[in-house]
Design a protein around this ligand. Sequence first.
Ligand code: SF4
Length: 323
Amino acid sequence: MDENLMSVQDLVKTFEVNKGFLAQKKYVHAVNHVSFDIKPGETFSLVGESGCGKSTTARLLNHLIRPDSGKILFEGKDIAALKEDEMRPLRSDIQMIFQDPYGSLDPRMKIQDLIAEPLLIHTNLSAGERLKKVQELLGLVGLSPEHGERYPHEFSGGQRQRVGIARALSVNPKMIIADEPVSALDVSIQAQVLNLMQDLQEKFHLTYLFISHDLSVVEMISDRIGVMYLGTIVETAPKKEIFAHPLHPYTKALLSAVPIADPEQHNERVALKGELPSPVNPPSGCLFHTRCPYCTKRCREERPQLTEVSPGHFCRCHLMESA
Ligand code: SF4
């Protein structure tokens, strides 16, 4: 029996660009041989700059797009290979929360109807049973039954995200993929929504894949973290380990940009130079070599492997292979 709820194996996704008749075909290498596992009840976070492939990974895992190759094992079953109608019974098991719930909420529908929508699609509950369930869900996410009578435009950003969470929860999912769920919110509201997600996780033994560009947000909610760069995971470790002992120069650079609350913590500071290279034309060798202060000839020529440096701590860097 697989101990992971989800196991992502060597996932690859490219998108064709320049589709003009005479144009030479080019491809965006959005997700580049990505592998990771998510255990039941944990929060695994993917973090990285905009364009690093984390949101494409989320869409692949939720079967919104199909990979070029690789496996997505959910409870041991490869969902990447499923056709849409074969995926339908599993849809309620994997739900999504989006950055902008307003964009996914029909402005003409009342909040109670929006929350009831997944129940209508995935369950046989009667209208009365659905209304009862919606009222329970409103209470669970810190809203009142009266809020159900209102429309999305009457809600603040934080309240709308609570509605998004209630919708996701309505069909009793095993896993929630949260793509930048708090990045559009004020810092104080971010903490409230993250606390709510943590409370609900404990109550319903939920498993989260959390996507964010913001390390301070990721630090609040994660059990384990995967750092992505140009479509590839460059480092994975438990949260405490990655914050206390970051190994990859890119992780160190990301952490250097985050204010450190603990005066005892003196991580090596690494300045990130240059721009993120285009995923249409990724660098040779190590994908990070154009920005890395430790780049050598080998780095420009040979792609490093993801190596387990200490139990559960993996890093993709030649410096670690020779350590
Ligand atoms: Fe830097 Fe080389 Fe390590 Fe890549 S392999 S992160 S270029 S030292």
